[in-house]
Design a protein. Structure first.
Length: 92
């Protein structure tokens, strides 16, 4: 089963609570599957956002889920690539 989390235009620590609640709800409801982070709206992300994605990846892996990032573009995609996230998470 696949689940999607839509990430806001500004992906920073202010989104932490909502982001954590969303992925915890997904992980509690299933074992295995795919969690897609929809970056279609993201124009800005910072190191806190990168850390949140890493934490999600670790938690998801422990729960048998995989994580991918979809629709990243522009500066957001550049930041992900500079941070070598393309080697850790599928970016499509």
């Amino acid at each position: 089963m696949n689940s999607t989390i839509s990430v806001p235009e500004r992906f920073d620590f202010s989104f932490h609570k909502s982001f954590t609640e969303q992925y915890n709800q997904i992980l509690e409801s299933k074992k295995g599957g795919q969690i897609t982070l929809d970056f279609a709206k993201v124009l800005y992300l910072d190191s806190a956002a990168l850390g949140m994605v890493v934490l999600l990846k670790k938690r998801a892996k422990a729960n048998g889920c995989d994580v991918e990032i979809a629709n990243a573009k522009g500066t957001a995609l550049e930041v992900l690539e500079i941070a070598n996230f393309d080697k850790m998470i599928t970016i499509r």
